[in-house]
Ligand binder design. Structure first.
Ligand SMILES: Nc1ncnc2c1ncn2[C@@H]1O[C@H](COP(=O)(O)OP(=O)(O)O)[C@@H](O)[C@H]1O
Ligand code: SF4
Ligand SMILES: [Mg+2]
Length: 374
């Protein structure tokens, strides 16, 4: 996969992005505050697939929601094509939503069960005043076809479809308004591995056809490696390593990235996807994150300064940025030292995807939708 050149202007950029949530406000004393995202600087390039990875609770969804204005930052800014959108009035933000769309993780709760599939896909067009009723209906039929469903499915309701089909409907709905950026928050992690492959391939084809920039949050490192140009690894609200996917997967520089990549059990074909990121030790509470490097309580290389000084992202090999005081001085991490699960599991899944794709990427058809539920 060829990443867009570094000279391409970022389509989305974050500067010092922070989000805190008050989770408990006692009658007396200080409220309990979760630091979900803490000082994130990212630049996402037009046309690339950018992945965000990290253990559950590290702030991926909060970051993604801020990127498209679904929630507001506590500090910092989000620039879309150079313009700060994090403080826009709600009305202007709604207008922009046409260009910035979201695919939700759960295909069961994200679609209104009382709306027909046709209405679900037409609604965003109507909301943004796109097309005549006839044009909208034609686009609904076209989009259904593009996600591997049939025009007659427009008259049916979400409960009549399987999880994979519902996720296809969610994707058609996200595409309806003609977005420029699509963010998928674990878009395939609720699906069976074999169906994941179909949906991942479909997303890649749609990205090319519609000229999208894709931001994907995934638990599964094999999904990320397969799909993405660049990746950001998050830990407790902060980006610890970011850069080209190939460089980082071949030689992860941050101890947390290394731990993520050595902790993946091998998947069993046909099973639910495994969750990556079983790093030794518990994730500290985001209400009281460790001072200095947030990873120091679990890091095998931690030294005295790690407990007091926060490491900042600095350039590392292969065009990456890494936030570790010891970056460049750690022992080499050769791919062969990866747990057997990563290599065999990833290879098996890549094979699955290639098979589902049916060979040539440019001419391949989207695989047929899986069986309807009985
Ligand atoms: N609306 C909210 N209110 C309170 N806490 C929240 C809210 N949303 C997220 N959090 C907390 O913020 C942290 C990051 O959550 P999230 O962004 O969902 O992480 P991830 O998507 O990586 O699992 C978690 O500790 C979570 O409990
Ligand atoms: S800064 Fe220190 S504690 Fe943090 S990842 Fe690097 S070596 Fe480990
Ligand atoms: Mg999440």
């Amino acid at each position: 996969m060829t990443a867009p050149a570094e000279t391409v202007a970022p389509v989305l950029e974050t500067r010092g992005l922070e989000r805190r949530f008050v989770t408990h406000r006692p009658l007396f004393g200080a409220p309990t505050v979760v630091q979900a995202v803490n000082g994130v600087d990212l630049a996402i390039r037009e046309g690339e697939t950018f992945a965000i990875v990290g253990e559950s609770g590290c702030g991926k969804s909060t970051l993604a929601r801020m990127l498209i204005g679904l929630i507001r930052p506590s500090a910092g800014e989000v620039l879309y094509r150079g313009r700060d959108i994090s403080h826009l009035p709600a009305r202007e933000m709604r207008g922009l939503r046409r260009e910035l769309q979201f695919i939700f993780q759960d295909p069961f709760s994200s679609l209104n069960p009382r709306m027909s599939v046709g209405r679900l896909i037409e609604e965003p067009m109507q909301a943004h005043g796109i097309g005549t009723p006839a044009e909208r209906r034609a686009r609904v039929a076209y989009l259904l076809g593009r996600v591997g469903l049939r025009p007659e499915h427009a008259g049916r309701y979400p409960h009549e479809f399987s999880g994979g089909q519902r996720q296809r409907i969610g994707i058609a709905r996200a595409l309806a308004s003609g977005p420029r950026v699509l963010i998928g928050d674990e878009p395939v992690s609720a699906l069976d591995v074999s169906i994941q492959a179909q949906v991942v391939n479909m997303l890649e084809e749609l990205k090319d056809e519609f000229g999208l920039t894709l931001i994907v949050i995934a638990h599964d490192l094999a999904v990320i490696r397969h799909m993405s140009d660049r990746v950001a690894v998050m830990y407790l609200g902060e980006v610890v390593e970011t850069g080209p996917v190939d460089a980082i997967f071949e030689a992860p520089a941050h101890p947390y990235t290394r731990a993520l990549m050595t902790a993946i059990p091998a998947p069993v074909p046909g099973s639910r996807p495994e969750t990556a990121g079983i790093v030794e030790g518990d994730v500290p509470s985001p209400t009281a994150p460790p001072p200095g490097c947030r990873f120091h309580t679990r890091c095998p290389f931690a030294e005295a300064r790690c407990k007091t000084e926060r490491p900042r992202l600095a350039p590392g090999p292969g065009g990456r940025l890494v936030a570790c005081h010891l970056a460049g001085r750690l022992p080499d991490f050769a791919p062969r030292t990866l747990a057997p699960g990563l290599t065999s599991g990833a290879a098996r899944r890549f094979g699955l995807w290639r098979a589902a794709r049916g060979g040539d990427v440019a001419t391949s058809k989207i695989p047929p939708a899986e069986e309807r539920r009985p």
